[in-house]
Write a protein that binds this ligand. Structure first.
Ligand code: ADP
Ligand code: MG
Length: 463
């Protein structure tokens, strides 16, 4: 990649960052940045204001560095340089004071807006590709959009791994309900909590309540982030009850089923399960191909069948990654004035490992083993013991599989961590689970839940 100019490299980095960073944060802090220079191991990024520089420095440096490392295949550093007359970027004065302190979630500018305004107009049912992996979830979402508040589907609880279309479905329901003239409220659990905490601070809890209770349809995304917070959980419980009693529709998404939500009281849990609980799973190849084709058509990119096939085979687990790869390819094509063809696709994506955006790569194997063991109610010692009992062997194989796919450890190292096993054992375990995941929805779900648990450990570490 060293032949890339700073400008090209940064365009490519932005393609990846756009996928990993919250949209509002991206638009606020990254969109207006540019690649200035590569000075030795330091990549210099141009930004429009000291404010943006500070925000990027504090909030995004690890992510930016990781992206650059991937791009250049060597350890890089990043420096932000404020440009004079950088045009109309975002000005510090436009943003609330606390924006710099916590830029990552950054619904800050949006906070003052109507929550329904946060619906992404592209996340419609029309733009959603239905396949075996999401048919049920899509079906109930449609039913809810058709007759919100219908007791049979209220509340609707969607769960599944990251980047599999939960938010898309929530928005689609919201957009459809708005079309019927209904009042829709959409918030991530994090936004809900932030708003609630703000309302508490400003003594405006009543306004907050009224606002959410006026909704005909309440969409709460990533409910797992509400689960641990006391006062906001209590508040959500009341909002939930009020709306439910008034036959208003509630839709929630989460990375786990209600039963696995941490620290959730029984009364709230059983209410969440009282309507429909539907999961979304990783799409199969055919669905992934249909998704790429749809996204390409939506952004008017001409793309041939072999490129669709290439992308869909390479990004298997997460539609967001798949979409990010397509965006990056498109950016690359524009930048270099070339057609989107297989050759370009191979070049453009050469430095993204098939497990792009994999945040688990540096997780210590011990932690992964512990997490898998705990998921199956075993101790780490049991999991790594010589026992061949199925109740232990399967979890061990799952651990081998995850270590192989998620980390950069060698087969030999993985074998050592799993109780001094040989590398062929590890390889066989990996292959077995990889095959079974496709055949068994149950195993697919279990592995998804373990991944979610690992991601959670990661976020609680970095928080
Ligand atoms: P989640 O909320 O489950 O993490 P998102 O709803 O944000 O995932 O989806 C990530 C991206 O993938 C979005 O851009 C979404 O439009 C796209 N996507 C996911 N599933 C589908 C699908 N079945 N059809 C079309 N696009 C999809
Ligand atoms: Mg989501």
């Amino acid at each position: 990649m060293s032949t890339l100019s700073a400008k090209e490299a940064w365009a490519s980095a932005l393609g990846s960052l756009q996928v990993e960073v919250h949209k509002q944060s991206y638009d606020t802090y990254l969109k207006c940045s540019s690649g200035l220079a590569i000075e030795g191991d330091t990549f210099v990024v141009g930004v429009p204001s000291p404010f943006t520089a500070a925000a990027l420095e504090r909030g995004f440096t690890p992510l930016v560095v990781r992206t650059l490392n991937g791009l250049f295949k060597r350890p890089m550093q990043v420096a932000y340089r404020v440009l004079q007359n950088a045009g109309n970027g975002v000005h510090a004065a436009d943003l609330p004071e606390d924006a710099v302190l916590n830029p990552l979630p950054a619904p800050l500018k949006q906070r003052r807006r109507d929550p329904a305004a946060l619906l992404n107009p592209r996340y419609t049912f029309d733009n959603f590709v239905v396949g075996k992996s999401n048919r049920f979830a899509h079906g109930v979402a449609m039913a809810v959009a058709e007759s919100p508040g219908n007791e049979a589907y209220n509340p609707l609880y969607l769960h599944g791994g990251a980047g599999l279309g939960k938010t898309h479905l929530l928005h689609a329901i919201g957009i459809a309900a708005q079309g019927k003239g209904l009042t829709v409220m959409y918030a991530s659990a994090e936004q809900y909590t932030n708003e609630f905490v703000n309302a508490l601070r400003l003594g405006k809890v009543d306004d907050f309540r009224t606002k959410f209770r006026n909704a005909d349809v309440l969409l709460i995304d990533d409910i797992q982030f509400i689960a641990g917070k006391d006062a906001s959980r209590e508040s959500f419980f009341h909002t939930f009850n009020d709306l439910h009693a008034a036959s208003k529709q509630i839709v929630m998404s989460s990375d786990t089923r209600p039963r696995s939500l941490p620290l959730l009281e029984e009364r709230l849990r059983s209410r969440m399960e009282a309507g429909v609980v539907a999961d979304v799973q990783a799409p199969d190849l055919e669905t992934r191909m249909a998704i790429v084709a749809k996204k390409a058509a939506l952004s008017r990119v001409k793309i041939s069948a072999d490129v669709i096939d290439f992308l869909a085979r390479r990004f298997v687990r997460n539609v967001r990654e798949l979409e990010g790869a397509l965006n990056r390819l498109q950016a690359m094509a524009q930048l270099t004035n070339r057609q989107v063809d297989l050759e370009l696709a191979q070049q453009a994506l050469a430095d993204i490992p098939a497990t792009a955006g994999n945040r688990l790569r540096n997780m210590p194997p011990k932690v992964i083993i512990e997490t898998v063991a705990a998921y199956f109610s075993l101790s780490a010692d049991e999991l790594t013991s010589p026992s061949r009992r199925a109740t232990i062997a399967l979890p061990r194989q799952v651990a081998a599989y995850l270590l192989r796919v998620e980390t950069d450890r060698s087969l030999a190292e993985i074998g050592t961590f799993l109780g001094d096993r040989g590398h062929t054992t590890v390889l066989r375990a990996h292959d077995k689970i990889a095959a079974e995941i496709n055949a068994s929805p149950n195993l697919n779900r279990q592995v998804g839940e373990i991944r979610a648990a690992l991601e959670r450990r990661l976020s609680s570490q970095s928080a």
